[in-house]
Design a protein around this ligand. Structure first.
Ligand SMILES: [Zn+2]
Length: 297
């Protein structure tokens, strides 16, 4: 993967943004491997979305959330099982009810240990944050959707089906028009394709495109991406457009029996030309590899 040393993935409780009434985001400040973290309040309960990577980050998030809740009951959910989103959940045990979709619980159980090992190899700062991680078990597991009543505010948790991972979940707050997408959407960077054959090939570009079409049709007003700045519906459209273009440019070359190496080179150059300001260029190759495997002649 990356050849450079990744920055220390530290969650900073700074610049907390109120994106709607009683709904705040701890922004990732565009630091790699730090997610946007949501805290959503109702009359009697508060839901935290994502933990940050490892117990030390999660302790800061829990401290902030408990303070924010001011005695209200705490819930925790995670958008998907990847380390910076979910590998801090252990800290919330006994403090919050941990609630996730079944496919994500299965991802965590089946692949959590492998991801812990893989991420620990991403450099010393990341390894340090992962020290002491114990994979948590959810208190409540749902199959397709779950309406969580926070008191005068119902938050909808929904499994999208396999896309960025097998167990992706989106969280929406209908009364505020807010949608938390996890890594189905990133702002200002290329879509993250965790395509690591033969170890992990769960990401599906084709299913991801279909999921994006459904999310766009819901017309949220505020979109909180997994990483990058909070935005509006344009963020969803940008990801949908990118994924479709990536598919089309990959498949047209695949049809001409070009080598995968040449496809990667050409498509990467095109995508960078289209989005010169986006980071995460290393994920384009992964995306092309995934879509080559999904190619239908
Ligand atoms: Zn992810």
């Amino acid at each position: 993967m990356a050849e450079y040393v990744l920055p220390d993935p530290v969650v900073q409780i700074a610049g907390v943004q109120e994106v709607a009434r009683d709904l705040v985001v701890i922004p990732n400040r565009r630091v790699q491997l730090v997610p946007n973290i949501g805290v959503i309040g109702g009359a009697h309960s508060v839901l935290v979305i994502d933990t940050g990577m490892g117990p030390r980050n999660a302790e800061k998030v829990l401290e902030f959330a408990a303070d924010y809740a001011g005695g209200r009951e705490l819930y925790l959910t995670t958008t998907h099982f990847h380390p910076e989103h979910a590998f801090g959940a252990q800290v919330f045990a006994g403090e919050a009810t941990f609630l996730i979709n079944r496919a994500q619980a299965e991802d965590l159980a089946m692949k959590g240990a492998g991801y812990l090992k893989m991420f620990a190899g991403l450099g010393e700062p990341v390894a340090r944050q992962l020290q002491g991680v114990e994979l948590a078990t959810a208190d409540v597991v749902y199959d397709h959707s779950y309406d969580l009543d926070l008191g005068g505010r119902v938050v909808q948790l929904r499994a999208t089906g396999r896309a960025h991972s097998k167990g992706d979940q989106v969280v929406t707050v209908p009364d505020a028009g807010v949608m938390f997408t996890g890594d189905l959407v990133e702002a200002g960077q290329f879509a993250i394709f965790p395509w690591f054959p033969p170890h992990d090939t769960d990401v599906s570009g084709m299913r991801w495109i279909a999921v994006m079409q459904r999310l766009i049709a819901e017309r949220p007003q505020v979109v909180v991406p997994g990483h990058g700045d909070v935005g509006g519906p344009r963020l969803l459209a940008d990801v949908g457009d990118y994924l479709e273009l990536l598919r089309d440019e990959t498949w047209v070359r695949r049809d001409s029996s070009m080598s995968e190496e040449t496809i990667v080179d050409e498509v990467r150059a095109l995508m960078i030309e289209r989005h010169p300001d986006w980071s995460g260029q290393e994920w384009i190759e992964q995306g092309v590899g995934c879509l080559c495997a999904e190619h239908v002649a």
